[in-house]
Design a protein around this ligand. Sequence first.
Ligand SMILES: [Zn+2]
Length: 535
Amino acid sequence: MRVLLSVLATVGLLAQTPAPKVQEGPLRAHLAFLADDLLEGRGTGQRGAELTVRYLETQLQVLGLKPANGASYRQPVTLLGLKTLVDQSTLSFLGGGACATPKFGTDIVFGAGVARAEQTFDAPLVFVGFGIDAPEWRWDDYKGLDLRGKVLLMMVNEPAPTAEEPGLFDGPDLSRYGRWTTKLELAAKQGAAGVLLIHTTPSATYDWPVVRTGWSGERFSLAKGPVGTPIQGWVTEALARALVKQGGQDLDALRTKAQRRDFQPVALDLNLKGTLRSTVRTVDQFNVAGVVPGRDPALKDELVIYTAHWDHLGKGSALAVDTHPSQAPGHETDTIYNGAVDNASGCAALLAMTQAAIHAPARRSQMFLFVCAEEQGLLGSKAYAETPLWPLAKTAADLNLDSLNFVAPTRDISLAFGERSTLGELGAAVAKAVGLKVAASGPDTAGGYFRSDHYSFVQAGVPALSVGGGSEYLGADPKALQAKAAAFGPRYHQVTDEYDPTWDLRGMVQQAQFAFDLGQAVGNSATKPTFKVVK
Ligand SMILES: [Zn+2]
């Protein structure tokens, strides 16, 4: 086969040979396995993670890929793990002649942002609007306030564009200033004692249960930093309203003021008081990567990367179980966050693509990279970008797959944010060649641009995008198929994101095939993609 391939390549026939096909059988088998209860939800720092990594590296070895890290398929990523000991933590809000002790999980979630097992607080609360300091928009919610030792109560998201300034904070798109992670980093740098984010579904773009799930278990960050504020968390809108009232103010009035540039931070007559106890540990997780070497002597030093995150939320806590009867009948005792769609689907697709790639190398080399700890803040891809296994200057592109189409084949495919590099044009050409139309992308109100692993590559200067599923389903009853897709909403980041053997996976195969075809186009083209606009 190898001899035949090189002969074909020499006479230039390979370019005309259709790209090898991604097979549904292996994709479905990988998906069923990775989403199985035996994998325990592939939780960061948990046993399920070890099984997943072992499975992925075994598959790459079986398929005959070159290990990407010397003799190993693994790239270690050292994480700091912090878990709130809810029963041993006592935190109250004192002020206005009252003492409120909200219930963890129901009203509030919080955790340490620094590696300390025990911390005591007696810190004043200040309402700081959106908690944004953005020189490029001439917007500063702090107005010189000394943040040291204070707990900042703030809104998530960003001020809405106005008639005078329709482009404010990137208009309808969420800008980086509107991300709550940006706000936490800023507060930590300024020495704040803590941050409490006010949840509303429209501003967060997800419901309270998603927040609760994310903050109930162990949370991770890169061990080498940056560190957060001593305490950080979220409060429900109802609790925020009650706390602000207890502190002598009115939440709605404060929120109205915060929509303006002249907003001033408002000190509340309220102190956060008590003790926060946490478990603290460092743990190694692994990116898993194998390479299919390129076949062109002049281009094989350059690389196309395909990524999918292998982690999900793992096995949940008793807290999570308590809250399930109301939202997931039939799952009252389920503690496993299987993450079938998010993102066993992406890993299964990547493995099936690997199987196609190994038989038909592109001119450039191709890396199949399964990153860890995406759900913890893109940590695995961030670590890769900081310590790449292949020079970034010789990395042509990253194509990411996260949460694939489990519904049905589609007429279209999504290349969201493709317009920010020439990958978009290339993707449109590939789509046209295979009879797919590129889905029109609406405003990025949820900040999807920042919320999957392609972003780590963009930040490191490598053109990247996530290949998304289409939404124009092909079938006898497209309405029913759309309803099936929409029904995933409440299952996002819940124990009910489970594999169903009756799923029609033709759409998933189509999406994987498209990502692979685009990867081949990048891998075989004379030039590398370039950026057009970088935000
Ligand atoms: Zn997720």
